[in-house]
Design a protein around this ligand. Sequence first.
Ligand code: ADP
Ligand code: MG
Length: 246
Amino acid sequence: MAVVDPLIELRGVNKHFGTLHVLQSIDLTVGRGEVVVVIGPSGSGKSTLCRAINRLESVESGEILIDGQPLPEEGKALARLRAEVGMVFQSFNLFAHKTVLANVSLAQIKVRKRKKEDADRRSRELLARVGLAAQADKYPAQLSGGQQQRVAIARALAMDPKALLFDEPTSALDPEMINEVLEVMQQLARDGMTMVVVTHEMGFARSAANRVVFMADGRIVEDRAPEEFFTAPRSERAKDFLSKIL
Ligand code: ADP
Ligand code: MG
């Protein structure tokens, strides 16, 4: 699809794990302010795609550009990239021995070199934004899974990222906690955050996504507006997948 103002661009990206061709000639452009939902069967390469965008995985060929810049190989430039493209995982990965506030402030101090007072002030703003102002001084174990995931989102936002990647952010949550996380993500989308979201939450895809990317066997099989994709999938793989989850 034509994208007006590209923020994330992948061109001809390939990667193998041993003999498994996990990313096969991936072309994907995400425009500034766009929300792209990535769906597809387990093992199709969705997580690897996200990790490649953040360079948690290297790729063998092709180009990945963030805001027009190629992904740096290593060092400080890579740390900066990771700050610019935040990632939220299925497991929240909070530091258990640090308070919620300290979890959100930590990378601001270490990576963004903010003073602790400034970082804490920003953290409190962001915790309020995700509905957790009252939980700042608690420890992760005192929070529900949905609250912990919202802390992880606040922590990612604290880097002032240009884009956020979400890899199945609600898959580890009890059903009653899924909506509170999706609502925060919906609000981010409305606020214009550029987001790539791997999820099986089709309601979210329908209401928040500008595009749905369907992956199977390491390939992007469809890349279309959600209504088109859900009402008239073109490929047999997508039809089969949708018949199993809808
Ligand atoms: P998805 O997120 O769509 O379920 P993944 O990107 O996690 O798919 O994985 C795609 C394929 O690559 C799977 O077959 C998986 O087993 C394999 N894979 C993922 N990570 C590794 C790894 N570090 N080493 C070897 N194989 C891997
Ligand atoms: Mg995955």
